[in-house]
Design a protein around this ligand. Sequence first.
Ligand code: ADP
Ligand code: MG
Length: 631
Amino acid sequence: MSEGMTAGEERGTILLVDDEAEIVTALYDLFEDDYEVLSTTSPSEALSLLHRHPDVAVILSDQRMPGMNGDQMLAAARAHSRAEALLLTGYADLDAVVSALNKGRIAGYSPKPWDPVALRGMVSGAHERWRLARALEKERSLLHGLLDHSPDRISFKDAQGRFIRLNAAKAASLGSDPRSSLGKREEDLAGLDATTRRDADRAVFRDARPTEEVASEEGEGGARFLSIRRVPILQNGKVEFLATVEHDVTEQRELEGRVRQAEKMQALGTMAGGIAHDFNNLLTAVIGNLQLASRRLPEEDGRLRRQIHNATRAAERGATLTQRLLSFTRQRDLDMQDVDVNALIVGMEDLLLRSLGGLVSVTTRLAAEAGFARIDPGQLELALLNLCINARDAMPGGGRILVETRGLLVGEGEASDLSAGRYVVVTVQDEGQGMSPDVLGHAFEPFFTTKDVGKGTGLGLSMVYGFMRQAGGAVRMQSTEGVGTTVELFLPSSRASALSRKENEEQGAGDNPIGSLDILVVDDDAAVREVTVAFLRELGHRVVAVEDGSSALHQIGERPGLDLIIVDLAMPSMSGSELAEEVRRRWPGLPVLLMTGFAKLGGLPGSFVIMHKPFTQENLQNKILEVMSKG
Ligand code: ADP
Ligand code: MG
């Protein structure tokens, strides 16, 4: 008898039935020490007692009784009792006993008069059988309860991998039901990764040790992750069976990912916020003192004035930068705009050259069809700066960084990290030392760095990653040790981009790499002319300027390599639009950009690109890009 059994459970209940009261009493005396004893002299009373006491373990009944014989009563008792049945009988009734035994209605019999020791042994054996049957029943219902109601997939297999038990969840995952899956193997039901699973199953049989792994599985709503626990089940010291529990951990994983991302952003926010705060204080002092100093400057010292003005401008730029840093850290603070990505990159060239040092060169290869992205321009600059700095750090001996743009159309279900639509792809490629697969696997993690203390923070790529996710794009990175690294940013295209691309296609314009252009400026106002020329020269263009339409036409005739003319609208004698029309008639391939100081668009020639005064250098470059990409 097992040790965990309580006294109450051990002391079973027995029922004694005999029409002779003395016999009942004698039997009572024999068993009362070991059992709870119920007794009666009437077979029909016995049946109703059994009805009231379903926990009776053994019935010991006389065979010959008035009204109903023992074997008949026991047969009737079967209907609502699972008690072990024993008959007490004289030799005259042997035929009835044999028949009852053969029909399986009784488990044994004892002659009358009985041998007390033998009868006790028989009852105790019957009680033990009853107890075992109940224990087995309990185990089965526990097992079935667990199998039927668990959302986990549970199965038991034999050494050949055949299912000997499995629940509905497991069967359903194999496209089957429990009944028709029994005796089959996993690979009989589902192809897929069944072989890798079988290898894992076999390892448990071999090593007799439980295992746990996380496996992924393609489901209807995308990939799902399952934690699979395998447990060897031993019989006689040998692994006979394998129990497998598969628990879906997809949600848990996603949640963990989100928590990690949130923590990352929080860490970044705290850090960037702290730095920005200190910087703002510093810059306030710098700007304030510059202002105070400039008031005391002698009027005539124009040079010093300019220097102070430049210093103030630089400090103000610093303030804008801290704002960007702050805005990066707050999830909802993205300043989404329709951004001409090529123009943004061109505008960064100066900044890149200055911040990367002399050993590396930056080459751009910008496709006009890349177009506009819906993105926060400040963040994009920061991201590109980060990538270029990483590229530089990977090329300590110098080298070339290639920044490219292109347009990309992603179809439904084509990429797991991108939804369908148009993207502007910016690629930053270096020919540096590259990364090992291990480093590559961790590179996007915040605070992961392979650089010396003080050189790397490990935040660059995690910033880029967070930003791209937030903007609805993606970032991908490829790297080969000793060869170099390529990072691709996928920026969602804006609607403006779609429009301008359509125009491009209609007009059949091809790629228009923006580099150094030959430009003719036509303006009667000397001050505006000078500013425009200065801006253009700073941007690296070659510029000629004239003050009226007829000299312009003359210049154009003289210069076959001219790329673009920029024309003021309001000019005496020949107006800007007249000149533009004339140019279009005589040199149809030559792009024209019109400038105007008037806010209203009414009466302006519609088919030309217009730039409003006043304009910044950046505006000017953007407009040039626009004209050039229109062809
Ligand atoms: P940090 O530059 O401060 O180390 P990042 O998040 O920008 O942090 O980069 C993390 C790590 O990824 C770097 O330390 C480096 O090991 C690796 N890495 C990033 N970009 C490159 C690259 N272009 N070439 C080689 N390794 C790179
Ligand atoms: Mg970095």
